[in-house]
Design a protein around this ligand. Structure first.
Ligand code: GDP
Length: 460
């Protein structure tokens, strides 16, 4: 099997490219180890050929430690069959890059200069000739995050790999069923870590479709098929900074000839969207009063236990001041008090880009885990401040607590009398958790469970 080495300074996008290649459809990722500073390896398929992809870590000689990494990295390159030398196309060529590139060229291997972060043709024109000064025979202008020209690069690698070991994963008998499953799980886990599923919901005419367009922006071209991911034809997706944002069931949002006023229809469709989402963008129209249907749609977010961002759209013609608008949202949607509110205009695109940051933050909170020891400390402390009310004279006790799930975070409270936990005390505990950890935008689920000799956890 031949080896492909990724070489370059830190932050040029090596690990994004590494992930993109190793996550293509039918690529098996195995033996991925080490931190980004270390050499990272994966067996991948380049089209049909199996190869070993090596991310050599950063070329950075600021101090002793980095020097060591650089040495390792150049050594890895010298052992490879194909070298991809990566630079940051947002910057002008740098002399040190040139020096190292020429060193590597002397090794007589197949080598390409890969200029990353070239997001569009204009940028390529502007910066292209600067990089032609390297005199590289094989020069690629790509953007991993915009999925631009990466296919071209992969095809070049393919053409330079030896013709052997054509493998069909599904006929590979050496892979046991268990192994196959574990690979699947691994991929799924990785995918869930960087694939955020988003439902854009709200009444007709609040601006959902305009918002979707604004969010997808100029990058509409990348939305349809992203290699190695499972995106339904009714969904649209975009890659940003190596994260995949999938907007679920956009077919419904895009449908023209909207049927106004049929609540059941609106609610059913929203329900379907939310079944497949992690995060809901609840779109409200700031240019008019909120309606009962807004509330009923918001209720669904609660029902599906999703992360949520309240999007006040049409801010360019808002009815009220910011303070007053927020007050009205908080008053009307009390059960979403943990949700961040963002004011935007899908029409003028004002602050639409900010929404991605808010989504990232909420997703981080939605997947947050609190260590058991910290959680118990917190609960004990809360208990001392406010004792648990007794249950008709009988003592109510929480023995311990543990978080057993994410998306959303779920906590079990192991108690002697779980049924006696009053909802106001539950709310108090949730507020305590929120005051110590950032769970903005994420619901928290507390489940009182009974402690018994036979651990019958199901009894509530
Ligand atoms: P949807 O039914 O929720 O998908 O709503 P649309 O995206 O089709 O928008 C409904 C109408 O509101 C269209 O005429 C849009 O141009 C308009 N609209 C959407 N967003 C804004 C905004 O931020 N400001 C203003 N002034 N109009 C908007």
């Amino acid at each position: 099997m031949e080896t492909i080495a990724l070489v370059g300074k830190p932050n040029v996008g090596k690990s994004s490219l590494f992930n993109r290649i190793s996550r293509q459809r039918d690529a098996i990722t195995s033996d991925v180890s080490g931190t980004t500073r270390d050499v990272k390896k994966a067996e991948v398929f380049i089209n049909n050929k199996k190869a070993l992809l090596v991310d050599t870590g950063g070329l950075d000689d600021r101090d002793e430690m980095f020097k060591e990494v650089q040495k390792k990295s150049l050594q890895a390159a010298s052992e490879a069959d194909i070298i991809l030398y990566m630079v940051d196309g947002k910057m002008l060529p740098d002399d040190e890059d040139k020096r190292i590139f020429y060193e590597l060229q002397k090794l007589g291997k197949k080598i390409a200069l890969v200029v990353n972060k070239i997001d569009n043709d204009k940028h390529e024109e502007e910066i292209g000739w600067e990089y032609s000064s390297f005199g590289a025979k094989n020069l690629f202008f790509i953007s991993v995050s915009h999925n631009r020209n990466t296919r071209k690069l992969i095809n070049w690698i393919d053409a330079n790999l030896e013709e052997e070991e054509v493998l069909d994963l599904h006929e590979d008998e050496e892979l046991s069923f268990e192994e196959f499953l574990s690979i699947d799980e691994k991929l799924e886990e990785e995918e869930s870590n960087n694939q955020i599923k988003i439902g854009i919901i709200g009444r007709v005419n609040v601006g959902k479709s305009s918002l979707l367009n604004a969010l997808l922006g100029e990058d509409r071209s990348v939305v349809s098929s992203i290699a190695g991911t499972t995106i339904d034809p009714i969904d649209e997706a975009i890659v940003r900074d190596d994260k995949i944002y999938t907007f679920v069931d956009t077919a419904g949002i895009r449908k023209r000839g909207k049927i106004e006023g049929i609540e059941k229809f609106a609610l059913n469709r929203t329900q379907k969207q939310l079944e497949n989402a992690d995060i809901a963008l609840l779109v409200l129209d700031a240019s008019e009063e909120f309606k009962e249907l807004d509330e009923r749609i918001a209720n669904l977010v609660e029902k599906f236990e999703l992360g949520v961002v309240i999007v006040l759209n049409k801010w360019d013609k808002a009815l009220y001041s910011y303070e007053e608008s927020v007050r009205r949202v908080r008053d009307r949607f009390k059960f979403l008090s943990f949700a961040p509110i963002i004011t935007i205009s899908a029409l003028t695109k004002k602050r639409v880009h900010k929404l991605y940051e808010v989504i990232d933050r909420v997703y981080a909170n939605y997947t947050r885990r609190i260590p058991t020891s910290k959680l118990n400390e917190l609960i004990r402390f809360a208990n001392q401040k406010h004792h648990l009310p007794s249950d008709m004279g009988k003592l109510v006790k929480i023995y311990f607590a543990t978080q057993f799930d994410i998306k959303p975070p779920r906590f079990a409270l192991i108690m002697n009398r779980p049924k006696a936990l009053h909802f106001s005390y539950k709310r108090y505990l949730m507020n305590q958790i929120r005051s110590q950890y950032d769970f903005e935008g994420s619901p928290l689920i507390l489940e009182p469970k009974k402690k018994k000799a036979d651990e019958d956890f199901d009894e509530k």
